[in-house]
Design a protein around this ligand. Sequence first.
Ligand code: ADP
Length: 328
Amino acid sequence: MADSEGLKARLAPDVAARVQSLRLADGVVTVVLDGAGLDDGARVALEGSVKASLGGSADVREVRVGIVADRPAEAPKPKGPLILAVGSGKGGVGKSTLSANLAVALVRLGLKVGLVDADIYGPSQPRLFANEGIKPVAKDSKMFPVPSKYGVGVLSMGHLIEDGRAIAWRGPMASGALGQLVDAWWGDTQVLVIDLPPGTGDVQLTMIQKHKPAGAVIVSTPQDLALMDASRAMNLFEAAHVPVIGLVENMAGYVCPHCGNVSDPFGMGGVEAAAKELDLPFLGRVPLDLSIRVGSDAGEPPAAGEGPQAEAFMRIARPVAAWIAAQG
Ligand code: ADP
């Protein structure tokens, strides 16, 4: 009297290896086989060979063969947000201001946006978004972004450290901390703006190589010196194969708070000329305007308001949004 093991032994080893289950009941053998990687012809041949091997004995009346389809392809990994890096060759040129206002402007254009403050040595985003002093909640050792009233979730080292305590981290420690801010629960966030630390050193390079931004925006003031730093930042992104979406000129033209006249303490148009020379898009300029500094310090990003300051940031955000849309 045949049992299932005995029946299996009648199969050629390569066929037996495909058996998922084999049962004999009332003279009927039911075999389920894994058909992974077999085309239609090979499946027919497999079925025929199993029937020939198992049928034709006194105790087997019928052989039923089921070949299960290839295992469905693994569900694609949920896509994380598209990462947009905002960089500058040096500090103080308005990189954090632009990052915050670009994020707010992109929300106004209908995108779901988060922001990581990677400027670990001088984190300013909690102040810019008026969510200072709120500690991020964590689940399964991953953090949730700290919400802001402007629709942008924010994660910053400034949310994690005690107020005013300088961070003296270097190299791998800094990179590890930044990684935790990026690999957080970003949910359905479509665009993650990263306010990079100023400069073009190891931390920036590691960050760029590890998190592979889809594109970068470079901020500079119009002076020659700042422009040289900006072109260094551009080389950094190019070395890491991160496309530069374009250049932004900040502090271009001083708007007098009393009479509204515009003067050019740092010159004007230098970044646009540099963009042309470097064959990169020029995304727009933001004037040096006291109300931008005051609004930023008060946790009211100018891009969230109305008027010319908001419009300056919206003008920059539109081509960036178009670039994002073109990425699919
Ligand atoms: P970075 O991130 O490059 O170091 P910040 O964005 O922190 O620079 O800006 C440095 C200072 O300059 C801040 O006090 C900020 O409010 C101010 N600032 C930046 N851009 C402007 C602007 N267009 N008009 C007036 N003040 C500005």
